[in-house]
Design a protein around this ligand. Structure first.
Ligand SMILES: *Cc1c(COP(=O)(O)O)cnc(C)c1O
Length: 373
């Protein structure tokens, strides 16, 4: 099945007793045991497995081309599950630009478990090599990165991980499997916040991991998922799977709208800088063009001053000022003020998650906001 078909069909079966096209939501937490002690329906207890979660996991597994998928109640729970397979003293090489909550997780939670982190510029491959210590277990990547859309060469970083016997993980939330397939590029683990594009409508939290090979790591993850219990509910799995059905169509619109907005913004004299990997002026345009099918629905741009940036975010009318991304509504956000005091994001920067609206309406709204700044 091609990706567009898998988005609609993978993990779903239509059959008895009622041949429903849209899957049922199975709320039962427990399942009857057979005379032989087995579980004829394939499920025992919903924390371990459930038909709706299984369907979502199978769909994500196929979309990412992995061997096993694991769903969680949020993207952060999926990330935490990876770190819960480590032991005190282990070390992780992290990018210097990443989804911001990771900083809090590392500094405020995982430091208590003696997990060490180094934050490096992933665009400098020799810096990645230099950051590897005898205790390093994981190299973490996020590309395009939040919020300045830096591009990491996934094939090159996966090769470094392979050479040193480390696990390479890619947060693939922003591009989605439709635009970028990290496993094909050599990564061992793909991570998703399904809250964003996969769910696609800003109405359901979720996270997922898709793993290639790595039988021992998969066993550990299965233990963490079922014993720590950070699992999504059947309804959340159902909503996410429904969102995935329209992912290919939504991504086409997102990419088209974002491309138009990026080139329009780069012609606005009041805009000081634009960060979008689909512009040939982007420093890693070639890497992005090589490893992505299209450039995605996220961009950020900078005004001359913080005051002007904050004015633009406040003056947008159609475009809502809110955090998060990947939904049908276009959202704008002043990232530095959300990230707080440790943030390295320029305070002149605004991040845009481009939605499904007509691009002319989005441009008109941005135009009046920028002109009044
Ligand atoms: C939102 C997000 C996360 C965290 O996911 P939650 O579902 O909010 O817990 C992780 N990585 C990226 C890139 C994200 O955008």
């Amino acid at each position: 099945m091609r990706l567009e078909t898998a988005a609609v069909h993978a993990g779903r079966t239509v059959g008895p007793p009622d041949w429903a096209i849209s899957p049922h939501i199975v709320l039962s937490t427990t399942f009857e045991r057979g005379e032989d002690g087995g579980y004829p329906g394939g499920h025992q207890y919903s924390r371990g497995s459930n038909p709706n979660r299984l369907a979502l996991e199978e769909c994500l597994r196929q979309l990412e081309g992995g061997d096993e998928a694991f769903c969680f109640g949020s993207g952060m729970a999926a990330i935490q599950a990876i770190f819960q397979t480590l032991k005190p003293g282990d070390h992780v090489v992290m990018p210097d630009q990443f989804y911001w909550a990771l900083r809090g997780l590392a500094d405020d939670v995982l430091s208590r478990w003696q997990i060490g982190f180094s934050w490096v510029d992933m665009q400098d491959l020799s810096a990645v090599e230099r950051a590897i210590q005898p205790t390093t277990r994981i190299i973490w990547t996020e590309t395009p990165s939040n919020p300045q859309l830096k591009i990491t060469d996934l094939e090159a970083v996966s090769n470094i991980a392979l050479k040193h016997g480390l696990l390479s993980v890619c947060d693939n939330t922003w591009p989605t499997p439709l635009l970028q397939q990290p496993i094909e590029l050599g990564c061992d683990v793909v991570m998703h916040s399904t809250t964003k594009y996969l769910g696609g409508h800003s109405d359901v939290l979720g996270g997922a991991l898709v793993v290639k090979d790595n039988v021992n790591f998969r066993t550990s993850l299965r233990q963490v998922q079922s014993l720590c219990g950070g699992v999504p509910s059947p309804f959340e799995c159902w909503l996410t799977l429904r969102g995935i059905e329209s992912l290919p169509a939504r991504m086409r619109v997102c990419c088209e709208n974002t491309r138009l907005l990026a080139s329009w913004l780069s012609n606005q004299p009041a805009v000081a800088k634009i960060h979008f990997p689909g512009l040939p002026s982007h420093p890693h345009f070639d890497t992005a063009a090589r490893q992505m099918r299209d450039f995605g629905g996220m961009l950020s741009f900078e005004m001359e001053t913080e005051a002007k940036a904050r004015h633009v975010a406040n003056a947008c009318k159609l475009i809502k000022q809110a955090t998060s991304l990947g939904g049908t509504h276009t959202l704008i956000e002043h990232r530095a003020s959300v990230e707080g005091t440790k943030s390295t994001t320029p305070n002149t920067l605004l991040r845009l998650s481009v939605g499904q609206e007509h691009p002319a309406d989005l441009m008109e709204d941005l135009h009046q906001a920028i002109l009044s700044a």
